[in-house]
Ligand binder design. Structure first.
Ligand code: NAD
Length: 440
């Protein structure tokens, strides 16, 4: 099948490449000419495990093509995916301007029946808006399918190749059949296609992200109570996660969820609630808890050092919002670094892959520098602040960390280390929802 994917970001590039890998001919289209030039040469502008090899293989086989021009791609394709960004608008709603602009461009080049697929995360009613937009420009027949994406950055290729489920929202059986045909190679083992109406499909994506965000904020809120009552949230996590009705996933307490999806999608569904006259009380609380969670870690820092951090220097490990990605969008480290600098401190940060994106995100900030190596950050530092649970931070040489810091003080936003071990090594160790460790 010939298909077109508009938007070659985390979702569009992975989806397009995986479709090409299953034998389809795929046109990857983006308005960003620099990105397209890189992709044509097999250079991947994002960090995503396994993606580079797959893009290069499919480029070489001629199944994957990249362009900034949509005309040929639309004319030749039976299915056209819209996978552009839907960032948060000023009022918290999803900004649909990129989706609508992509829909207009598709309509201009249509030459017969097309299936137009909303893969971007879009609020309820967007399929109707896209339908109206396309119909106002062309008289060629088409169907709109809502096919939200559930891949996780850092494991995107694997998630796409082995999805938990594929949601297809559509009105017309012909369009559904074409989509089932396209997805069949990814669901050979077990039927994972769930067909529904467009609105339910659109809501399913927000409901999934809001539910996952709820679990995280629930644990973060409980972690603060655990600290107050002298309990250990890690024991509680295992205790409740072993209940099959609850499950162990998405129960890690930490510095709050970040990234390009949860924060904006939680706000967007709240906005949808407002628009339709139903205030989502639980989701609202989830958002509030998340907003304050990075500041909870900061409060531990200021309770240890005092609120004036002038002359203090901090090492920060981890910049991306989670491991295995270079994505800095809404990363919890952002408010933490800003607050440390605002309180007079200086910071040296390290991340295995996100430093370039961090430099773009923070810009030139007086007091913020970067190191090439995790241990390098520790030189002359008053404390280490651990923000992302990258694999290389999970088993560091803690003895060396203790020796390189001025004094062994560690603020762990991800609960990576055992309390007993930290005590033994003489650390002042602050984590989330667990008792404070003070040196012997
Ligand atoms: P992204 O910002 O990485 O990529 C979007 C791409 O679309 C950019 O390269 C941009 O240049 C391009 N673009 C914008 N307007 C265009 C147009 N008119 N024509 C061609 N290209 C255009 O975004 P992303 O992370 O891939 O997310 C895309 C959508 O998928 C969003 O709605 C997001 O919420 C959703 N989503 C993202 C993830 C994720 O983990 N990143 C997971 C599931 C769903």
């Amino acid at each position: 099948m010939k298909i077109c994917v508009i938007g070659t970001g985390y979702v569009g590039l992975v989806a397009g490449t995986c479709f090409a890998n299953s034998g389809n001919t795929v046109y990857g289209i983006d308005v960003n000419a620099e990105k397209i030039e890189k992709l044509k040469n097999g250079v991947i502008p994002i960090y995503e495990p396994g993606l580079t090899e797959m893009v290069r293989t499919n480029l070489e086989k001629g199944r994957l093509m990249f362009s900034t021009s949509l005309k040929k791609a639309v004319e030749n394709s039976a299915i056209i995916f819209i996978a552009v960004g839907t960032p948060e608008d000023e009022d918290g709603s999803a900004d649909l301007s990129y989706v609508i602009s992509a829909a207009q461009s598709i309509a201009k080049h249509m030459n017969g029946y097309k299936v137009i697929v909303n893969k971007s995360t879009v609020p309820v009613g967007t399929a109707d808006k896209v339908k109206e937009t396309v119909a106002s420009i062309t008289s060629h027949p088409f169907d709109i399918v809502s096919n939200p994406e559930f891949l996780k950055e850092g494991a995107a290729v694997d998630d796409f190749l082995k999805p938990d489920r594929i949601i297809l929202g559509a009105e017309n059986q012909k369009a559904i059949d074409m989509m089932i045909d396209l997805y069949t190679p990814f669901v050979r083992k077990r039927e994972r296609l769930i067909v529904m109406d467009n609105r339910s499909a659109e809501m399913t994506k927000y409901a999934a992200n809001a539910m996952l965000a709820t679990r995280i904020s629930f644990m973060n809120d409980l972690s603060i109570l655990s600290e107050k009552v002298g309990a250990d949230i890690e024991a509680i996590r295992k205790g409740i996660g072993s209940d099959s009705r609850i499950g162990i996933s998405f129960l890690f307490p930490g510095v709050g969820y970040g990234g390009s999806c949860f924060p904006k999608d939680v706000k967007a569904i709240l906005k949808t609630g407002e628009e339709y006259g139903h205030h989502l009380r639980i989701v609202n609380a989830v958002e509030q808890v998340n907003r304050s969670q990075p500041l909870h870690l900061l409060s531990k820092i200021t309770s240890h050092f005092g609120s004036d951090l002038s002359g203090r220097h901090f090492a920060v490990w981890g910049l991306s919002f989670k491991p295995n990605t270079d994505d800095m969008r809404e990363a919890p480290v952002i408010p933490v670094v800003h607050e440390l600098l605002r309180a007079g401190a200086t910071v040296t940060a390290y991340d295995p892959v996100a430093i370039e994106n961090a430099k773009r995100k923070f810009g030139e900030l007086s007091g913020l520098s970067y190191a090439e190596d995790a241990y390098e950050t520790l030189k002359d530092a008053d404390a280490l602040v651990l923000m992302t649970e990258w694999m290389e931070f999970r088993k560091p040489d803690l003895q060396k960390v203790a020796e390189l810091l001025k004094k062994p003080v560690l603020f762990d936003g991800r609960n990576l280390f055992k309390l007993g071990k930290m005590k033994e090594l003489g650390f002042s160790y602050y984590s989330i929802g667990r008792p404070v460790v003070s040196p012997k």
